[in-house]
Design a protein around this ligand. Sequence first.
Ligand code: NAD
Length: 292
Amino acid sequence: MIKHITVIGSGVMGRGIAYVAAVGGYKTSLVDISEKALENAQTEINAIFAKGVQRNKLTEEEASAGMERMSYSSNLQAIVSNTDMVIEAVPENLEIKKNIFETIDQHAPEHCYFATNTSTMSPTEIASFTDRPGKVIAMHFFNPVHKMPLVEIIKGLDTAEETVKLANEVAAKMGKETVTVNEFPGFVTSRISALVGNEAFYMLQEGVGSPEEIDKAIKLGLNYPMGPFELGDLVGLDTRLNNLKYLHETLGEKYRPCPLLVKYVKAGRFGRKSGMGVYDYTDGEKGGKNHA
Ligand code: NAD
């Protein structure tokens, strides 16, 4: 029975996962190495609770009970020593994830389950960093977590059926729909999303159209809710590039990152989070300017 969930990494994804866990009734601890990230996460999570009340998604009582279930810490070992499930949302870097999984395997109780929010990496490989591969699974949430309805659940080679069932139950309590798939690089969603986003960059590089025109064509012609550049800027162009590099390495040529995307990331244009991506966010919302 899961009562206490620990989310590791309080960035874009971790803060959203912690929010839906707390709303779902779990005692929730959010852990990060950066105190600044934790402070920002707390401010943002409180703002999401407040908006939830304004929009009648939560009552005031539910919001204050949810906020009371949340705690913030930089002491990973102490927190995981008393938790039932860990959801990892640190950067998409295997060395960082390896370090985290080795540490939590050492300090978490034996009954504790581990999930990774990796977009592309192998839950089988991540599980191999622990002595409990049957209890390790990928739970792939989407950005922004409190709005997106899906959690893609990915079984590693040794993931036990009990863990699959439990991950589905936890996602349901968080108010999410699920799909459960077998591990293959990129799963379902990251593989398609990376390909579409990369193709859009090739079109921009070739001068096919402006970012606005390409985004509009995809939204209105193909009925996508967001254009590929709007989505890339939201996901983070650095994250998108990392995903593509991994898919290129594992699945081959068709995932080779577009040179224009590489150039943007070299320039520090990571998207919304850095104030500039394909679009310029320095005036707050998308300013209408672009720098293609
Ligand atoms: P992010 O860079 O916004 O946040 C990562 C956080 O992890 C930072 O706050 C950082 O301080 C913290 N961190 C780094 N090392 C740590 C450590 N050793 N211990 C504790 N905290 C540590 O990253 P993100 O975009 O939230 O991505 C996190 C994961 O989620 C990645 O695996 C990514 O592929 C995946 N993901 C991202 C998205 C997206 O749209 N951004 C969507 C789905 C999945």
